[in-house]
Design a protein. Structure first.
Length: 202
């Protein structure tokens, strides 16, 4: 990462962000040596990334031959408005964000017990209120689904995170940003101020 001040290496912070993000972009190189990217829902569990997919299609075909993948997910925070700096002049605007980047390899889970476990992890992440029968290999309700759905695991080779909250600016500029966000007072602004303070990004 070119700007070291944006880089985050704290494992707990990275894992917390992964737990809060719900979708990611997976980037591959296809059979014709062309870039191919797809957006999927995911879950992070036991230091691996998991997602589900159909058993067939371009993504499934690429993974069989070229399993190397680049994973990106992010959480958007407040936008910076030009009027924070000037009443009339159009000047720098941008988006504050936190992102995670992973290089890894994808493999299909064959073990039905693990497959059922990960599908439950995904269900509990996206439907924490319940309202469904538990997924396990011997439940007749899910036999057909377990055959038709692939559950895939990303083995992490390298992981990094980027928190982009104007850390490269002066202390006074960072305090001014906090003041402007509090003054604007949108819910996302208050969440952003809390995140900046909790992570000592000023």
């Amino acid at each position: 990462m070119r700007r070291n001040e944006f880089e985050v290496t704290d494992k707990a912070k990275i894992e917390k962000l992964l737990s809060e993000c719900s979708f990611c972009t997976l980037s591959f190189v296809d059979f014709n040596n062309e870039p191919y990217a797809v957006t999927v829902n995911f879950a992070y569990q036991n230091e691996h990334i998991y997602f589900h997919s159909a058993n067939y299609g371009k993504k499934a075909d690429i993974i069989k031959i070229q399993p190397l993948v680049y994973f990106t997910t992010f959480k958007a925070y407040s936008s910076i408005s030009s009027y924070f700096k000037s009443k009339n002049m159009a000047c720098f605007t941008g988006q504050l964000f936190a992102s995670v980047h992973i290089k890894g390899t994808v493999k299909r889970i064959q073990n039905k017990d693990l497959k059922s476990e990960i599908l439950m992890v995904l269900m509990n992440k996206f439907q924490p209120e319940g309202g469904f029968e538990p997924i396990y290999p011997d439940n007749d309700l899910y036999q057909e689904m377990l055959e038709k759905v692939s559950v895939l695991e990303i083995d992490i080779i390298d992981i990094s995170a980027k928190f982009r909250f104007n850390q490269h600016k002066s202390y006074e500029a960072k305090l001014s940003l906090l003041e402007n966000l509090q003054k604007r007072g949108k819910s996302i602004d208050l969440e952003t101020v809390k995140f900046i303070r909790e992570n000592n990004l000023y």
